[in-house]
Design a protein around this ligand. Structure first.
Ligand code: DLL
Length: 441
């Protein structure tokens, strides 16, 4: 595993470099982006106000809303002639957020992702099956350019067409699979269904991310494919995949590419910084980007950070697994719960397939959660395909009890026969919100 200079540097030298690049970034946006200039002036700050890293607190936050309000290119700091690529995040409502890259941005991002792949253990001798979607989503091209930068042999298969994924897995003999964790699970299940053994492939590593997943899901995928599964994090507004990457040695938090991104964790209500080790909302500031520098971007992602040295030898700040997005946090009668916490408990139950969905309903003024889970094919046969079977009634009560004990939420559990929940080819849909639907009488 190659350790890049920055990854094992002393904290002081990382921070000196960050301060220098932060000052340059602030100068750039102040000169080139009216939105930032106005916001900085309103906060009585200018580029000279940044004398220490702590001075970042003087700067205003940026939100997804700001990007949408300036759709499509209003926050860009480069002229169109200097842009070589655009990406966009799909977004569940309204306009997407559009992000742009100069030639240098693309090169820097490729190096960031190359480092991410090498953090896992990848190198030129590896073949990487890239099942992240190609297109406006940053996953496909992000991993593609990073793989090529590292000298890995990239198979640009993109997401979907699961049977084809399986024949490529068998014929091209890749050693690394890149996809969302839910799609990796989908591929593995399909192999079993076809009578093939997912453990018999040449795969060594999985680079899984783009959606929240749990430690239990990691175990499941590692066992299913006999691989090391590592978490990759990123978001298009900040660059795309590679903002942080988990190492295969420690598998204990994701190493942030701190020479490119400055991380903060804030309380999403008070907007004040939280203590190291406490969970809060991740906030990132880009340090080297040209086309779309981003200042104190509120990601909506909930995690914590630690500056403790990792057993792999890296000194860069690590972030915990993302528990979920603030928007995906379910608040039922005052209790907050993330789907990933529910997943953690469900996957441990042998009677269930690792697929679930949360349906939110509103009856009168109360919110109700319906948890849809699939039973295994084996159990379905054993209970004579009768969902009212006493064994299944008892299982339902057990899940309900578990959810109440560990997640503090009373849920109505709906057991489903195998294969009833839609399988993902990209980001899994875990929450279906029916609360705004008009109930027709
Ligand atoms: O999902 C970039 C990406 C591609 C990351 C491939 C990793 C691998 P967006 O489509 O802009 O970009 O979505 C970003 O996805 O704010 C998180 O909520 C979520 N997310 C990304 N990675 C993880 C992860 C890509 N490892 C949004 N764990 C982010 C949990 C993740 N959530």
């Amino acid at each position: 595993m190659i350790l890049h200079d920055i990854e094992s540097a002393e904290r002081k030298s990382i921070e000196d470099q960050q301060l220098h690049d932060l000052q340059k970034t602030i100068e750039r946006v102040y000169e080139r982006v009216p939105f930032y200039r106005n916001k900085l002036q309103e906060s009585n700050v200018n580029p000279d106000s940044i004398q220490t890293l702590d001075d970042i607190k003087k700067l205003p936050f940026t939100t997804k809303r700001d990007l949408r309000d300036h759709y499509p290119f209003g926050l860009f700091a480069s002229e169109q002639k200097d842009l070589v690529r655009l990406h966009a995040s799909s977004g569940t409502s309204g306009k997407p957020t559009v992000v742009g890259y100069t030639k240098k941005d693309i090169k820097d991002w490729a190096i960031i992702v190359a480092r991410a792949i090498s953090i896992v253990g990848g190198g030129p001798e590896d073949i990487l099956q890239n099942a992240y979607g190609y297109g406006l989503f940053t996953g496909g091209l992000g991993l593609h350019f990073g793989g090529e930068e590292l000298g890995v042999t990239v198979i640009p298969i993109s997401g979907g067409n699961t049977e084809r994924q399986i024949s490529i897995l068998e014929d091209f003999k890749p050693t690394i699979l890149c996809s969302t964790p839910s799609y990796a699970l989908n591929i593995g299940e399909k192999m079993l269904e076809m009578g093939k053994d997912p453990r018999s492939t040449t795969l060594k590593y999985g680079i899984f991310g783009a959606e929240p997943w749990s430690e239990e899901m990691r175990k499941k995928l590692e066992e299913l494919f006999d691989i090391k599964a590592c978490d990759i994090y990123g978001l298009s507004e900040v660059v795309g995949p590679g903002v942080a990457m988990e190492c295969s040695v420690g598998q204990d938090g994701l190493h942030i590419a701190e020479d490119h991104f400055l991380v903060e964790v804030i309380d999403p209500i008070t907007l004040e910084p939280v203590q190291e080790g406490t969970i809060g909302e991740l906030v990132f500031t880009s340090l080297k980007k040209e086309a779309l520098p981003i200042i104190r971007y509120r990601t909506g992602d909930i995690a914590s950070i630690t500056k403790a040295k990792c057993i792999c030898g890296r000194t860069t700040t690590r972030m915990s697994r993302v528990k979920g997005r603030i928007d995906d946090m379910i608040i039922v009668r005052g209790v907050n719960v993330f789907p990933s916490e529910i997943e953690h408990h469900l996957i441990q139950m042998k009677e269930l397939a690792p697929h679930y969905q949360l349906h939110l309903h509103r009856t009168s003024s109360l919110d109700e959660v319906e948890l849809h889970v699939e039973i295994t094919g084996e159990l379905y046969q054993k209970t004579s395909q009768n969902l009212k079977h006493p064994i299944l009634q008892a299982l339902k009560a057990e899940i309900q009890e578990k959810m109440k004990t560990y997640c503090y939420v009373t849920m109505n559990v709906v057991l489903l026969p195998p294969k009833c929940i839609a399988r993902s080819e990209g980001k899994a849909v875990r929450i279906i919100d029916h609360r705004k639907e008009i109930v027709k009488k």
